[in-house]
Design a protein around this ligand. Structure first.
Ligand code: PLP
Length: 283
């Protein structure tokens, strides 16, 4: 594959950054992931808007004008002849002698690569995913899409060790914040989909936002509030959303079946509607 590193398109195997890069030393960087279907970017406007926000909140700048980024994403997709998968993009504060405060004259690092992945036909969409709950060990600015992901690495590892595909992280009150790499939802008896409101406690999911806007078409009402693990265990359906997972049914939490323990009807419908939206707006 071909990667982009600070102005150059290079073979992925030769793509390198300095060991002094602050992304490597401090996790001092932010990232973004957008899905690709049929060689086109899905909901990229939302991802660019969040990227711009993350950059601003982290006092970072891109080494190229921001408006060039979608062109670079598209060129990378073309050079890789990527049909289905994702584009990963990362901006760090660059390479500088190791010192915590912002360096005076380091140039930011911009790196992009693609990953091929089956998004439309995924076994997880058919079978659903098993979720494990774990304490949310992250910091107080989870709204920034930071590359400091050790807490999510721990959460995913704990989930994987327990035979689960996703971790739902919980706050000290036992309320679910979100998935380790996804937004968390439950569906209640009253045809409501419940998800935690955006705040500094969660990442504002682009897919979460799109799904919330599409819910009406499935006669589902969105209720933005925190929900507990206990409420999730008793919910009729549960699901997760992310750029590359789209909408995935959750069929068990901590080994307890959700509903009948199979993907729920409303979740299936939301996945279909999201995919229709994705294909119709891909660019
Ligand atoms: N929450 C976290 C912590 C994530 O890492 C992600 C994405 O990977 C999401 C939510 C979902 O966000 P999006 O739908 O924009 O991919």
């Amino acid at each position: 594959g071909v990667a982009y590193v600070n102005g150059d398109f290079v073979p992925l195997s030769e793509a390198k950054v300095s060991v002094l890069d602050r992304g490597f030393l401090f996790g001092d960087g932010i990232y973004e992931v957008a899905a690709v279907l049929g060689g086109r970017l899905i909901d990229n406007e939302a991802h660019l808007a969040r990227l711009e926000r993350s950059l601003k909140e982290a006092a970072l700048a891109t080494p190229v004008p921001f408006a060039e980024i979608p062109k670079l994403q598209r060129e990378l997709i073309a050079r890789n002849a990527l049909a289905e998968g994702l584009v990963y993009l990362q901006v760090t504060r660059g390479a500088a002698p190791r010192d915590f405060a912002f360096p005076k004259d380091a140039a930011p690092t911009l790196v992009m690569f693609v990953q091929e992945k089956n998004l439309l036909c995924s076994p997880a969409a058919e079978a659903g995913v098993a979720v494990k709950t774990v304490p949310d060990l992250r910091w107080a600015r989870r709204d920034i899409k930071s590359v400091s992901l050790l807490a999510q690495v721990f959460a995913k590892q704990e989930a994987a060790a327990g035979g689960c595909q996703e971790a739902w992280m919980t706050d000290p009150a036992g309320m679910v914040t979100e998935g380790a790499s996804s937004s968390a939802f439950i569906v209640t008896k009253a045809d409501k989909i419940v998800t935690r409101p955006n705040s500094r406690e969660i990442l504002p999911g682009c897919t979460r936002k799109a799904v919330a806007a599409l819910a009406e078409r499935c006669s589902l009402e969105v209720e933005e509030r925190a929900f507990s693990v206990a409420e999730a265990l008793a919910a009729e359906e549960a699901f997760i959303t992310s750029a590359t997972a789209f909408v995935l049914p959750v069929v068990s939490i901590d080994g307890v079946k959700i509903g009948a323990g199979v993907p729920g009807e409303r979740t299936r419908r939301l996945r279909e509607i999201y995919i229709e939206f994705a294909l119709a707006t891909a660019e």
